[in-house]
Design a protein around this ligand. Sequence first.
Ligand code: SAH
Length: 505
Amino acid sequence: MSSAIVYLVGAGPGDPSLITLRGVECLQRADVVVYDYLANEQLLNHASAEAERIYAGKIGGRHNQDQKEINSLLVEKARQGKVVVRLKGGDPFVFGRGGEECEALSEAGIPFEVVPGVTAAIGAAAYAGIPLTHRDFTTSVAFVTGQEGKDKDESAIDWDRLSLGGGTVVFYMGITTLRRNMLRMIQHGRSASTPVALVRWATTACQQVLTGTIADIADLAEEAGFKPPAVTIVGEVVTLREKLRWYDSRPLCGRKIIVTRAAEQAGEFSAKLAARGATVLECPTIRLVEPESWQLLDVSIKELSGYDWLILTSGNAVRFFFQRLEALGLDARALAGCKVCAVGPKTAEAFKAFGVRADLIPSDYKAEGVVAEFARLDLQGARILFPRVDKAREIIPCELRRMGAHVDGPVAYRNILPDRLSAEALFALEKRSVDCITFTSSSTVKNLAAMLGEELLVDMLKGVAVASIGPITSKTCRDLGLKVDIEPAEYTLNALTAALEAHFG
Ligand code: SAH
């Protein structure tokens, strides 16, 4: 039996996380995805690498001839036995010509399913902080096309009913016809002082909101050069935005921030920034890989019972250390007789994931802090294991040896240059559209300088705020000719995030 089917999937209004679970399932199953201009392209990542991706914008959009071509394409692909996803912006059945596509499929005898999506009006209302209905203002809402009647004098819209009665009205495709439609509402009895909001690229990082009244919104839009795609929300509920706006009032809203951490590590920091409204570009400048040889670390691990202390100064060191422990057939019990020092709370958390509680966390989360804590102990003759990254500073082994300890510092992992830098980040830097670049270790800066060259580094970061996690990283920045604009008092991602908020807020 053929598995051929066409899924008409609503992609949602823009934010790629606003698609439904069912929509994602369909994408994962697709052999072919036919997508629209308004569907966020990131959603295509849910489809398998082999799935054919066809941009329907190329073969048209609004016109009947092009729509027929899309209909035929869907029929043709399904007849080849394929699972086809027709990915449409917003909801397929709201001004999406999904009805016509279903009719064509039905006539051709091809099975189809419709997966609803968050339509632009709903997405725009939510992200602009405008409840479409509200007990104190209105109990009805209408979705209306702003294009209707463009070519004909007669309008099928009942302007009287739309204008009187006080219901909220949302126009789709109504920016080029804004002036005419607002005039019509006044002519048909709606008060000229009724509040209006235009919401462009709703639910995306580029969301723009312009507010006014029926009387002046067309002039305001013209002055601001306001362009489609946007919805026009008309009604008293628009006034609630002042109190209820949340999306575009987040502290980092509209800021483009580059995160340079290694790919495996960037996620946590990116998520913190995104939650505050930032657009994050991940541009890993570091790749973490195994040491060239495990020999020295293996010798130490096999003699773990002979050490008094294990010191690890990053979550990565913890992960590579335990990975090796496991590869040698051991687990946390091998640390039974050994005390453990973590450089800071994040490293301690990484230890915890392997069932080990840190005995010591310095109050100053860096090598100097570790040294200061150990200076209070009697280290004469103590044996200390300090597995570390290949380019680590020498301060911990040097100072602890001076205190009389015997320190072994085998390499647990290496920090190397990635093959290339993110094209998206480089492009944004070139376009001068980046607000801030973040460096969370000296290596992130050094590697970027190594890949771009120092001169280009300084040039590309002109006008970009430089944020560094702490004084060591800041010093590296300065040594490379960069000015540091943001540095938190505490060397943690949370503190860095707060410092970014303070800087841009
Ligand atoms: N099926 C879609 C609508 C397609 S018609 C849906 O359900 O949303 C195209 C119109 O939708 C645009 O002219 C604009 O008015 C609106 N639109 C789509 N995406 C939008 C967005 N992110 N922000 C504002 N308006 C949007």
